[in-house]
Structures are given as C-alpha cells and as structure tokens.
Design a protein around this ligand. Structure first.
Ligand SMILES: CC(C)(COP(=O)(O)OP(=O)(O)OC[C@H]1O[C@@H](n2cnc3c(N)ncnc32)[C@H](O)[C@@H]1OP(=O)(O)O)[C@@H](O)C(=O)NCCC(=O)NCCS
Length: 171
C-alpha cells in the first residue's frame, strides 16, 4: 500500500518480498555504525524483521518505517518513517538509504513528507528523533526539517548515549 507520495518518490508499506533489500540495507556499514546491528544475516532473518518489526508497527501504531522507491525507476532505495519506542514518549522519525542513493535529496524529500504526515493526518503533538553525535548527515537533515537538539539521553542502559531532537507541531 502506498502511504505517501512526493514529487520524485513513493513511500509504501514493506512486504516480505522486500527481504533482499532489507538484508542489504541492515548490513550496510553506515547502518551498522549509525543505527545498530539488528542481527539480520539471512533472507529468513530479513523476512522475520519485516514481519515482527515493520509490519507489526503498521498494525499496532498505524505508522512505521516505510519503503522508499523512485517513481522513475521502481525498486527500494531506502526506508523512512516513524517509530514508537517504549523508551520515548512520542514517535521519532527514522531514515536510512542505500549509499548509491545518497546526496540526491531523497532522504530530505521523504522525511519532509513523513513530518507533514505526522503533524497533519496523524495529528502528533510532537516529533522526536534520536541520532548519534557523529552522524553529521543525519543531524543536518533533522535541522533542515526544523527539529532542534534537546539533550543527550541513553535509550537503554549499557547503550551509547544518543542525541534527542524534537519539534512541536505547528500551531
Ligand atoms: C542520513 C542519510 C539518510 C542522508 O541521506 P542523503 O540522501 O545523503 O540526504 P539528503 O541528500 O537528503 O541530504 C540532506 C542534507 O544532509 C547533508 N548531508 C548529506 N550527507 C552528509 C554528510 N556526510 N555530512 C554532512 N552533511 C551531509 C546534505 O548536504 C543535505 O543538506 P544540504 O541540503 O544543506 O546540502 C544517509 O546518509 C544514510 O542512509 N545514512 C545511514 C543511516 C543513518 O545514519 N540514518 C539516520 C539514523 S538517525
């Protein structure tokens, strides 16, 4: 199901057919470094991740991380969407793209539409984001979306502290 459409992109629900793409994305050095190791090593692991994490969130929350495709050339290039974590009071925005699709503005274009959807259709009062201090691309993108650094927090004990960003819904 297509959830959002921008000038160049569509954002749709992930399905089990996306396992090959998810397997690759989750093992990209950039994903492992800046987001974490989800322990997805095989196509079966990827299918389980899609069912238990991505689809589970659509069902539970009515939102989640969606698959981003280009209109001009279909096929997954990244994920972008909203995550609801137990450790945070409000949903946070997340994004990750395959390296060959960086620097084209796709991350900003998809994240801007997710932000509008969050404040518009979903009527969220506040949008959060969590990011590693040394993730310059992500910090830049969040600032372009109008999110501001709030403080450094630990999402769970034993994990590296992350930077919490926030933006209130427009009045
Ligand atoms: C973060 C990420 C999605 C950005 O993707 P992208 O397609 O390059 O982003 P965009 O092209 O939309 O650019 C967004 C802004 O960030 C800037 N940017 C991109 N890479 C950058 C870098 N390495 N250093 C500094 N700024 C960077 C861009 O220049 C742009 O700002 P500008 O309009 O002022 O020039 C991508 O680097 C990625 O997938 N990283 C791995 C996963 C990740 O870290 N996700 C975020 C976890 S919180």
């Amino acid at each position: 199901m297509v959830v959002l459409e921008t000038e160049r992109l569509t954002l749709r629900d992930a399905g089990l057919d996306d396992a090959e793409f998810i397997l690759r994305l989750l093992n990209e050095p950039s994903f492992l470094r800046f987001i974490g190791d989800r322990g997805v090593r095989t196509l079966e692991d990827a299918q389980r991740y899609i069912a238990d994490r991505l689809i589970e969130s659509y069902v539970r929350n009515g939102f989640g991380l969606w698959v981003v495709e280009r209109k001009e050339s279909p096929g997954p290039i990244g994920i972008c969407g909203l995550v609801k974590r137990d450790a945070l009071p409000d949903p946070d925005i997340g994004f990750a793209f395959l390296p060959e699709h960086w620097f084209s503005g796709y991350a900003f274009e998809s994240a801007a539409s997710v932000k509008e959807y969050a404040f518009g259709a979903l009527r969220l009062p506040r949008l959060l984001a969590v990011v590693n201090a040394d993730n310059a691309a992500s910090v830049r993108l969040l600032e372009k979306l109008g999110l501001r650094f709030v403080r450094t927090i630990a999402l769970s004990s034993g994990e590296e502290p992350v930077r919490l960003f926030e933006r209130e819904a427009p009045a």
